[in-house]
Design a protein around this ligand. Structure first.
Ligand code: 5GP
Length: 126
């Protein structure tokens, strides 16, 4: 299935340096930065540098190097933020894809959320 990527989305602009961000970690393939509207004391967005719309696009078409680098960056973010259960009180990763998940930015990203009790996984409705 062909995926259509809009290179004018806000994260594409961040990757091109057209919009500033508070970078937490950067690797060859991945960028992690603070969410502009944090929903928890720790709220970091992890994005691939490649042009992928969502998790299934990334999982289908990214290289093994991109996939591995991305997942390792999520782990490093959780450890550095002190929310990994190894060193802290835990965290949640969320990745929204498409309208039912209310995806706002059409560039694949994982939210890393922690620093407080997050409650049950889903709210009704929304
Ligand atoms: P989504 O609903 O697509 O999963 O989440 C998009 C996230 O991007 C939201 O949590 C929102 O606060 C964040 N966001 C939107 N625009 C910007 C921006 O310009 N900079 C940063 N750092 N985060 C943004």
């Amino acid at each position: 299935m062909p995926y259509s990527y809009d290179d004018q989305n806000i994260f594409a602009k961040i990757l091109r340096g057209e919009i500033p961000n508070k970078t937490v970690l950067e690797t060859d393939h991945t960028l992690a930065f603070e969410d502009i509207n944090p929903a928890a004391p720790v709220h970091v967005l992890v994005i691939p540098k490649g042009a992928y719309v969502n998790a299934d696009h990334f999982g289908s078409e990214a290289s093994d190097a991109e996939l591995a680098d991305f997942q390792r960056t999520v782990a490093r973010v959780a450890n550095r933020a002190g929310v990994s259960p190894d060193v802290g009180d835990g965290y949640r990763t969320i990745s929204n894809a498409g309208p039912n998940a209310v995806q706002e930015v059409p560039h694949y990203h994982v939210h890393v959320l922690g620093g407080r009790r997050l409650g049950r996984m889903l709210q009704p409705g929304g």
